[in-house]
Design a protein around this ligand. Structure first.
Ligand SMILES: [Zn+2]
Length: 81
């Protein structure tokens, strides 16, 4: 049996965050990194629930040939094209 959720979840009131300090918020912002397709090329193999990640289309296709025995170039998720 897959895990399931009850159709009705008990609700709780949303509480204001009174514990996080401004210093902690700034520290989190300093850790965050914004990237772009140019800086971080991403090609995801969406074949057969694989979802492995590659930096180039060529690398993905090599993987697909080796691991899926396929030359099919569909089902590729990317933000570079
Ligand atoms: Zn794959």
């Amino acid at each position: 049996m897959p895990p399931s959720l009850p159709s009705l979840l008990p609700h709780k009131p949303a509480l204001q965050d009174i514990d996080t300090t401004p210093e902690q918020l700034q520290a989190a912002l300093d850790l965050a990194k914004v990237t772009s397709p140019d800086q971080t090329p991403i090609y995801i193999c969406a074949f057969q629930n694989c979802f492995r990640l590659y930096p180039t289309r060529d690398r993905l296709m090599l993987h697909r040939k080796r691991d899926h025995d396929s030359q099919d170039d569909s089902l590729i998720i990317t933000w570079n094209e």
